[in-house]
Design a protein. Structure first.
Length: 273
């Protein structure tokens, strides 16, 4: 009865349904049908109870295939999940017994606020290019950074730490793509008062901006374990990563680069020495 399931190709949901509906699988199909009928009949139960029932069903159904390799069992159970939850979705998704809908609305409001704030932060750092005096350019950097700190504090109900701040600054710089950023930073270094860039609050902000830019500049092919050709294809939008393992590797390498830069900025954090 079960041998036919071993011939399934990965992702072949129609093939799974065909096998499930065949006479040799009648007992398994009957189990699925009976479970669906039971769940529909008790759709007024609290959503956590329904979740428990579904998870119990997954476990008991998987027992039929305990002699199979783990990868095959996983593949089969993904088909089972799709079959069951496609039918139950309208009964259990955003259930009346939980506050999912209210939390969705609250999250959407927060995201809208963050998007507006990101635009606000971006405006501050973009305005830097219109200023002439190094101190005025630096004031734009400080304004942007102060807004990031304030937003992080509001979102977490506690003061932002250096790691969160640098991550936020990298995000804002990527979103804003300030014009002539390198030229503006070099102009401040060459012609600004040294103490403004090397000490105090403004010095801390400028150091973090330098680290954020360095991080972005390091995001090349070798740093992300990509060939130069692949990296250029991704940058031009001609390709998109298609393998989950590659995405995870890129995420790990990106995190490593960011941690290196965060270690540098901790040394310049106000009050660190």
């Amino acid at each position: 009865m079960l041998q036919a399931y071993q011939t399934l190709e990965p992702g072949d949901f129609p093939g799974f349904l065909k096998i499930l509906r065949s006479p040799p699988s009648q007992r398994l199909q009957s189990r699925c049908t009976a479970f669906l009928n039971t769940m529909k009949a008790c759709h007024d139960l609290p959503v956590q109870k329904q979740s428990d029932h579904v998870q119990d069903f997954y476990q008991s159904f998987a027992e039929h295939f305990r002699s199979f390799p783990e990868a095959q069992v996983t593949e089969i159970m993904e088909h089972v999940e799709k079959l069951i939850m496609t039918r139950l979705h309208k009964w259990v998704f955003c259930h009346d017994s939980c506050d999912d809908e209210q939390k969705d609305l609250a999250l959407q409001r927060r995201i809208r606020i963050r998007r507006k704030l990101t635009l606000y932060f971006s405006t501050a750092i973009i305005e830097m290019d219109a200023k002439r005096a190094p101190q005025d350019k630096l004031a734009c950097v400080s304004k942007c950074c102060q807004h990031i700190f304030e937003a992080l504090a509001v979102s977490s109900s506690e003061p932002a730490n250096a790691d969160d701040f640098l991550s936020g600054l990298v995000y804002v710089v990527l979103k804003a793509n300030p014009p002539r950023l390198h030229s503006n930073m070099q102009y401040m270094i060459r012609f600004g008062l040294p103490h403004s860039l090397m000490a105090g609050e403004t010095g801390y902000y400028f150091t973090n901006l330098s680290c954020a830019v360095a991080f972005i500049e390091k995001l090349d092919g070798p740093a992300l374990n990509l060939s130069p050709e692949d990296f250029e294809s991704y940058m031009r939008g001609q390709r998109a990563p298609s393998v989950a393992a590659k995405r995870h590797q890129v995420a790990r390498d990106t995190q490593r680069l960011l941690e290196e830069l965060q270690g540098q900025t901790r040394e310049t954090s106000p009050g660190s020495g």
